[in-house]
Design a protein around this ligand. Structure first.
Ligand code: URA
Length: 212
């Protein structure tokens, strides 16, 4: 779906430049990873330079994925507690992971036009899924990108850690601070806070027996 996208010239150029410096890196739009029949979709920001952009799998190979995959494992959404690379045998069950922006952005900061341009892919991932019930947005950019998919006003559904909103009857949007190195190392997002989000997701998905 996204693999050959070149709509954002700044990002396309940056990927080409990055590939020159790191020929062994993936350096393409990073596709979603996980279960095609998932009830839960996790939306991050964008691939990290030496993580998803290197390995080709969201939240894989850098610090941002540590808490995420550990938590998914503890809550029985996957078979390993770490995501190392695309050949590590990691399988996700009932969850899919994607990003609001599929290409590596310079300084980790996509432009508003790039977020908007890439929203078509997130819209497909959300609206074409028959199984999807709960969307977990990691950070405000992901939260707002999900609202854009549904054409909803950001002022009506403000981002807050732990906010839960019903969207179009069928979907629940739950949001968390992003599990970035900065947020976890400064304790803006603690393990307990992140686990509370997943306990709420368990309730929303009626997974009472899947607590850690
Ligand atoms: N890696 C990703 O794939 N997404 C993020 O938001 C951060 C790191």
């Amino acid at each position: 779906m996204v693999f050959s996208c070149t709509r954002c010239s700044r990002l396309t150029t940056f990927l080409l430049e990055t590939k020159e410096h790191h020929p062994d890196y993936f350096c393409q739009p990073v596709p979603p990873f996980g279960d095609d029949n998932a009830q839960l979709l996790i939306v991050g920001l964008a691939p990290g330079m030496h993580g998803a952009n290197r390995t080709g799998r969201p939240f894989t190979g850098d610090y941002a994925g540590i808490l995420l995959y550990q938590t998914l494992h503890d809550f029985k959404f996957c078979n390993h507690s770490e995501s190392i690379n695309t050949k590590d045998g990691l399988l996700l069950q009932n969850v899919k992971i994607t990003n609001a922006v599929k290409c590596l952005p310079p300084q980790n900061k996509p432009l508003p036009t790039e977020i908007k341009e890439c929203n078509r892919y997130l819209a497909h991932e959300i609206l074409d899924s028959h199984s999807l019930k709960v969307i977990l947005a990691l950070g405000k950019i992901a939260h707002d990108a999900v609202l854009t998919v549904f054409n909803e006003k950001k002022s009506v559904y403000p981002f807050k850690h732990g906010s839960v909103y019903q969207l179009k009857e069928k979907y629940t949007l739950i949001s968390s601070y992003h599990c970035s190195r900065y947020n976890t190392q400064t304790n803006r997002l603690t393990k307990d806070m992140f686990y509370s989000i997943f306990k709420e997701i368990n309730l929303l998905l009626d997974r009472r027996h899947e607590y850690k």
